[in-house]
Write a protein that binds this ligand. Structure first.
Ligand SMILES: [Zn+2]
Length: 274
């Protein structure tokens, strides 16, 4: 599943090719994604120019010159890529915009858990409803130890599912939660009630560093992630604990353990994480 770094890598790959381009024509496979595709509305976008390519959590946002916002969520296996005009359509290419420089922007999604939506001009309330569960960006200024401490107040949830809650912080999925907690020396099972201010600070710093490094690596290629220009990422070579049950810890040599927590596989080192 693409997490924040993979979505950011796609955004960075698309931005220089999309900003200023005009949408010329539209194609839909007719298949529904997680929800029905608003194909009629999307077809009305022909003639519009893209003015910005942004990301909010794991949503990719294309701003259009009439103020409308085209929103993509990649779900489990979605990808937005660029192809030359005439490149043969592959199975699972569900949406396609032809741009005025003869490039195709294609949405590919084998499992069809993704989502596409068009948010009307200046409709702030629709935008707020759409993004209502979005907490602060982990790489932004609002994500601080103080914020985490306040959100954890009076709760007894384990720290790993806590940081994977989008109202707490957006975009942290299973891979980067495991890796950040290892980097911070905090066990995934620890109750948020028992985490000190110093540890929250450590965790914020480790989440930022882990995500930034993953973005520099082009994301993690597990299952079939590809960036907008179809490159694989290589952060998975740097996984310290994720998927490494039974292997020696790279820091201390003790074996990495696995435990299911909140339905998700959690990997940790009993010596390095307290
Ligand atoms: Zn260790």
């Amino acid at each position: 599943m693409p997490e924040l770094p993979e979505v950011e890598v796609i955004r960075m790959g698309l931005e220089p090719h999309l900003v200023g381009r005009r949408l010329e024509s539209f194609y839909s496979s007719g298949k529904a994604l997680r929800a029905p595709v608003p194909a009629k509305e999307l077809a009305t976008l022909c003639g519009r120019r893209i003015t910005a390519v942004r990301r909010r959590g794991k949503y990719l946002l294309l701003d259009l010159d009439n103020g409308e916002l085209l929103v993509f969520h990649l779900g489990m296996t979605g990808n937005l890529g660029l192809f030359p005009q005439g490149a043969p359509r592959r199975l699972h290419d569900h949406l396609e915009f032809l741009l005025d420089d003869s490039t195709l922007l294609r949405y590919h999604d084998p499992r069809r858990f993704g989502r596409v939506a068009l948010l009307a001009t200046g409709d702030e309330s629709a935008r707020q409803v759409f993004f209502r569960t979005c907490g602060p960006e982990p790489l932004g200024g609002r994500f601080t130890a103080q914020w985490l401490k306040e959100k954890a107040k009076g709760r007894k949830i384990s720290v790993k599912p806590f940081i994977m809650t989008s109202g707490v912080v957006v975009g942290i999925g299973n891979i980067y939660a495991n890796e950040s907690l290892f980097a911070a020396g905090i066990r995934p099972q620890r109750s948020v009630a028992k985490i000190t201010m110093k540890e929250w600070q450590q965790l914020v710093e480790c989440i930022r560093k882990t995500l930034q490094f993953a973005i520099e690596c082009g994301g993690s290629t597990i299952s079939d992630f590809r960036s907008a220009d179809q490159q694989s990422g290589y952060f998975q070579m740097n996984f310290q604990v994720y998927g490494k049950a039974g292997e020696p810890c790279r820091r201390c040599g003790r074996h990495i353990e696995k435990e299911v927590l909140g339905g998700r596989s959690s990997y940790f080192c009993r010596s390095c994480q307290k």
